[in-house]
Design a protein. Structure first.
Length: 156
């Protein structure tokens, strides 16, 4: 006489159903792991860099059209990832500069950086907008924005 526990309803061996249940459990655990990883990537409060302010170094906060605008930024880089840095001068219109790679090492430092004021810039009061774009994981990019104090662009 055959044992009743050896076969299942569909005439399969019981070991097949055990393997099937383990595959289902492994798939469920993998799904939960991927879900937790994606949730971490999307909602973790990353802080790649901090910068409180940008100081204009030109005398009397004035720069002539075609001359260099010098600024200083006190940075504290906290993550060892590269960035793409964007500069904009804002008045009634926007002057965009080409993006540049940001390759600073981790730690606190003060940088001094020049920007050439283009010849087509209109005289007036401007502000410098500095943006660092940091790709912190495959799903998320953090954008850090810092504004300078106002400065004056004058004609030569």
């Amino acid at each position: 006489m055959k044992r009743l526990q050896e076969k299942t309803l569909f005439n399969r061996r019981r070991t097949d159903s055990y393997i099937f249940h383990w595959v289902i459990r492994a798939t469920a655990v993998s799904f939960i792991g991927v879900y937790l990883l994606i949730t971490y990537w999307l909602f973790w409060p990353y802080v790649p860099i901090t910068c409180d302010k940008i100081t204009i170094l030109n005398a009397d906060k004035q720069v002539a059209v075609g001359d260099m605008l010098w600024y200083r930024a006190d940075l504290d880089k906290k993550m060892n990832i590269e960035s793409v840095v964007y500069h904009q001068l804002l008045n009634d219109f926007v002057i965009d500069y080409s993006p540049s790679p940001g390759t600073l090492p981790v730690g606190k430092r003060t940088i001094t950086y020049p920007l050439e004021i283009p010849n087509y810039a209109q005289p007036g009061v401007y502000k410098l907008k500095w943006e660092g774009h940091y790709q912190v994981n495959p799903l998320r990019e953090i954008i850090v924005t810092v504004w300078s104090e106002p400065f004056m662009v004058v004609t030569k």
